[in-house]
Design a protein around this ligand. Sequence first.
Ligand code: GDP
Length: 432
Amino acid sequence: MVLGELGGSVVRALQKMSNSTIIDENVLNECLKEITRALLQADVQFKLVRDLQMNIKNIVNLDHLAPGHNKRNIIQQAIFNELCKMLDTGEPSFMPKKGKTSVVMFVGLQGSGKTTTCTKYALYHQKKGWKPALVCADTFRAGAFDQLKQNATKAKIPFYGSYVESDPVQIAVEGVDRFKKENRDLIIVDTSGRHKQEAALFEEMRQVSEATNPDLAIFVMDGSIGQAAYDQAQAFKQSVAIGAVILTKMDGHAKGGGALSAVAATKSPLTFIGTGEHMHEFEVFNVQSFVKRLIGMGDLSGFIDKIQEVEYQQPEHMLELLDGNFTLRMMYDLYLLKGPMGQALSLLPGLGAKLMRKGQEKESQAKIKQLDNTDPKLIKDSRIMRIARGSGRKVAEVMEMLNELNEYKQRAKILSQMKEVKNLKKGGMSSL
Ligand code: GDP
């Protein structure tokens, strides 16, 4: 889960509040204090955090609430609204359209994840029916073309580049022309980066932009830089007409919250986030879905979107899941947040929050490795003791894990009864 620590802390604070018998000013203050601390630790700017806290306190006036009002819901809703406000990055200015040629130029500093993100972006669209192509106009970094070529080949996406030509503008123009002739509808141009912002970088970006006339320039930024994203986004915005931002390395980086809020503060539309080194670790950014997951409300629309990839890549899990089954193998994938199923399930109400905590417990991954696909109901005491002995774990730990599996099984049953999931089943998998 993206921003695991922040999400985990926010969920814990809300949970603690929910567990209180009476919700009064003290309980609310305590909850807000914990959320504030978590946001500051995620490198969110002090002023933004203070505003958020004040706004929530102004909205939630516990003394004036008529009896019968659900205080927990009101507080949770206020926190949700304020976090959405804080992370609202504005509407994207341009979205490529399928079947109509669009040129998208990627810019950013070296090491930000630009080349990796170009292919992720291409693959994301290819999976949804676009015909993307990649052009490597990064002649500054040795090996950039090889990297793009390797990624593109793996993802079966056509690419263009040169080992001999050193003029990025020429390569960009040739590549774009070639793919226009081939009727590719999404031509992605990877440009050079530099170690830091400097005049030569901005000049080169400007030249490539003038020569290829892109429909959209996407600025790729390393999310682990936290608040510093504000100055970087402003500097790039002033040099090129940036239409969208992608934040990378949002997996497990403590400062991701700072980067998100900083991008939002520049009102640069954030369209995707990178959540890992692998090609599929890439998500559409939608502020409401994101905040829902962050505070443990689940994100059913994200789940339905993601489950399409489970069908494509892990069909065996898909069938089991829609039928309300849950196996140890699935739990293992889930702990590792591996593959699309782990990602899809993390979007479900209740599960996402639990996974955020689990993700931090590396040993839980090791624990589960000790078990096979047996139905836990059939695992007898003697077997539990054997597993515990064999894995060097306490019996209580093995039992706890089996209990957890039962909990997931119950959730899978509930999931299979949901209207949306029933519709998926009714429509047949092929309709996904
Ligand atoms: P470029 O110099 O901007 O083109 O950056 P690269 O695409 O070569 O990426 C730099 C490093 O960041 C590589 O090791 C990538 O695998 C890694 N990377 C890119 N995106 C992500 C991401 O979302 N998460 C993580 N953890 N690593 C990433």
